[in-house]
Design a protein around this ligand. Structure first.
Ligand code: ZN
Length: 245
């Protein structure tokens, strides 16, 4: 399995980070988790073609998580593979199925698929994890028979409930949207600060934690914090980062 950061920024991404988007390559079958701003460029940076992607899981309705879909759709039509499947938790897909089609080219064929708990991809289990955000939001936990392999946590406040579900996952992606100086805004907009992310990484004990959904200010603080620390096993979710499991 190969996990690629297609875009690692949030709604106001640092330059060249792109909006949030992660590709999970299940031995040839690719699931794109969100498709934020300019995810088409992010796909080519990570070695994928628009035709490699047919299924997109969307975590929630906030536009920074799907703003790149119309451009990806045009790319797919141009490359001769005009099909997309949008997957998500039932309440998310129900809302998105009324919004996204307005932005899609006519020649794209598409479907919306709802699921409520988990589904199988090539023998891996993909399970929904409910986040604590301002709207209904779901992250994903991918496991095989033996271990929790990858947790992709979308926009959320850190909570013990969520951290317990993903404890001891091998690779965790967790948001760090805001710098620690903006803790009050993080609490009211239901996001996570850099200090909180560092605590989350300690609590979950993943082999590797990727800080994701970054802004210019949170990235600056994170880089500074990581320079001063040793053996954190925390990675910066820059576009193009790839990890095999
Ligand atoms: Zn959001």
């Amino acid at each position: 399995m190969l996990v690629s950061i297609v875009g690692g920024g949030g709604s106001y991404p640092p330059p060249h980070f792109g909006g949030p988007s992660v590709a999970i390559d299940f031995d040839g079958s690719i699931l794109l988790v969100d498709c934020g701003e300019d995810c088409l460029t992010g796909l080519s940076v990570t070695g994928y073609d628009p035709c490699d992607v047919e299924e997109i899981f969307i975590t929630h309705i906030h536009i920074d998580h799907w703003a790149g879909i119309p451009q990806l759709a045009v790319g797919k039509i141009a490359e001769g593979c005009p099909r997309l499947k949008f997957i998500g938790a039932t309440p998310v897909v129900t809302s998105l199925s009324e919004i996204i089609p307005r932005f899609l080219p006519r020649s794209l064929s598409y479907e919306f698929v709802r699921f409520d708990d988990y589904y199988d991809v090539n023998g891996y289990s993909v399970k929904l994890v409910e986040m604590d955000h301002t709207v209904e939001t779901y992250g994903l936990l991918v496991s095989d028979r033996e271990s929790k392999l990858v947790a992709i946590m979308s926009d959320t406040r850190p909570s013990n409930k969520i951290l317990n579900v993903i404890k001891d996952t091998i690779l965790m992606l967790f948001e760090a949207t805001l710098p620690s100086a903006l803790a009050e805004i993080a609490a009211s907009s239901k996001h996570t600060t850099v200090t909180e992310l560092l605590n989350v990484a300690r609590q979950v004990g993943a082999n590797y934690t990727i800080a994701y959904h970054l802004s210019k200010l949170s990235l600056e603080e994170l880089r500074q914090a990581l320079r001063a620390m040793q053996q954190t096993r925390i990675l910066i979710g820059a576009r193009g980062l790839q990890i095999s499991l």
